[in-house]
Design a protein around this ligand. Structure first.
Ligand SMILES: *Cc1c(COP(=O)(O)O)cnc(C)c1O
Length: 346
């Protein structure tokens, strides 16, 4: 590994004009294409529109998957990616489930690091970060390929500077508990693919309009699963309960990291299937939270179920949620020891 000169961060935009999460792309992106049975050379290019055949497989048959991970600027000026190997493994797994060409781990690792280095000057200081969005899509030009996998693909690595997610304070979320709809097809729940978000869109917007809910917690058959884009955890002093891994939901890297950290801190971590009834019972005195890369851990203040509102704990973001969130964020920012080797300096 070569030593990187410390790159000074770009001056942050004024607090009142900071763009919303995901709306700004960094100046460079990674690109690599698969054709004729093999991956071509990977390159870092100026971020710009791409050309795509109107018959591209992804546009018709949704052959696409993505990742979301973050790189942090530490106070020593270095840029460090959180759990790069785990995100690479998940992207490759998504590609396999969608029968897309599978990028090799070494290529993805190098490309993510190269992009980080190329835009190092655009990485905001903490609590900001560089959000990285690897995206794989089927580009085979064939509108008759509904049951044929795309033998051509493009892999992009986009980078997006993000600022403080909770600039306006950590507001407890209102969550609509849906025990009717599924978020997605059960065998694709663990795949980070665009179609899953398309499927969750209307239920989520309906819950917003009808109940003023921020998100929907999908609980098909009365069994608690996850929201449209985040995992769900129940917390109380010394205990955490969350659904055990199965193909029906996305295996979050943040979830995994929080559970590992909680065990280190002496919490009893229970991973098992549980019902809406048990969740509502827990909520009377416990805490609930959503986990994901973008916001890390966000407290739930209210659960809405069957026309009734259930305040969670005191209806505010609870102390266990704050404690676990701070513990993970401190590791990500290089403020406490990285005992599990989660950070890769680019
Ligand atoms: C990305 C995502 C998560 C969170 O995963 P992280 O790896 O923690 O960012 C959870 N659920 C869904 C549906 C997701 O798309």
């Amino acid at each position: 590994m070569t030593a990187q000169p410390a790159t000074p961060p770009a001056p942050p935009p004024a607090a009142e004009s900071r763009p919303a999460f995901g709306t700004v792309l960094a100046s460079r992106m990674g690109v690599v294409r698969f054709a004729d049975g093999q991956w071509g050379p990977a390159a870092v290019e100026a971020t710009a529109p791409i050309t795509l055949s109107p018959a591209a497989h992804v546009l018709h048959y949704s052959s696409t998957c993505f990742e979301g991970l973050k790189a942090y600027r530490w106070t020593d000026g270095s840029i460090n990616v959180f759990r790069l190997d785990k995100h690479i493994a998940r992207m490759r797994q998504s590609a396999r489930h969608l029968v897309l060409p599978e990028p090799d781990a070494g290529t993805l690792d190098r490309l993510v690091r190269e992009v980080c280095r190329a835009v190092a000057g655009e990485v905001p200081e903490a609590p900001g970060a560089l959000y990285l969005r690897p995206l794989l899509m089927g580009t085979l030009a064939n509108i008759g390929a509904a049951a044929t996998p795309s033998g051509e693909a493009t892999l992009l690595v986009l980078a997006s500077p993000v600022w403080d997610y909770f600039a306006g304070g950590m507001k407890p979320l209102r969550i609509f508990v849906d025990d009717q709809n599924s978020r997605t097809a059960s065998h694709l729940g663990m795949v980070k693919t665009g179609g899953n978000y398309a499927a969750a869109m209307k239920p989520t917007l309906d819950a917003r309009t009808r109940h003023g809910a921020d998100q929907v917690l999908f609980c098909p058959g009365g069994s608690v699963q996850e929201t449209g884009a985040a995992n769900f955890l129940l917390l109380r002093e010394g205990r955490i309960l969350t659904r055990s891994l199965d193909p029906s939901f996305l295996h979050g890297v943040t979830r995994d990291s929080l559970l590992t950290l909680a065990a280190d801190l002496g919490y009893t971590v229970e991973e098992r299937v549980f019902t809406v009834r048990e969740m509502l019972d827990w909520a009377r005195t416990g805490e609930a939270a959503l986990s994901g890369t973008a916001a890390v851990l966000t407290g739930v203040g209210t659960l809405i179920h069957d026309g009734q509102e259930y305040p969670v704990g005191g209806g505010d973001v609870g102390p266990e949620t704050r404690r676990l969130r701070s513990a993970l964020v401190a590791i990500q920012r290089g403020e406490s020891a990285d005992r599990h080797g989660w950070l890769s300096r680019v």
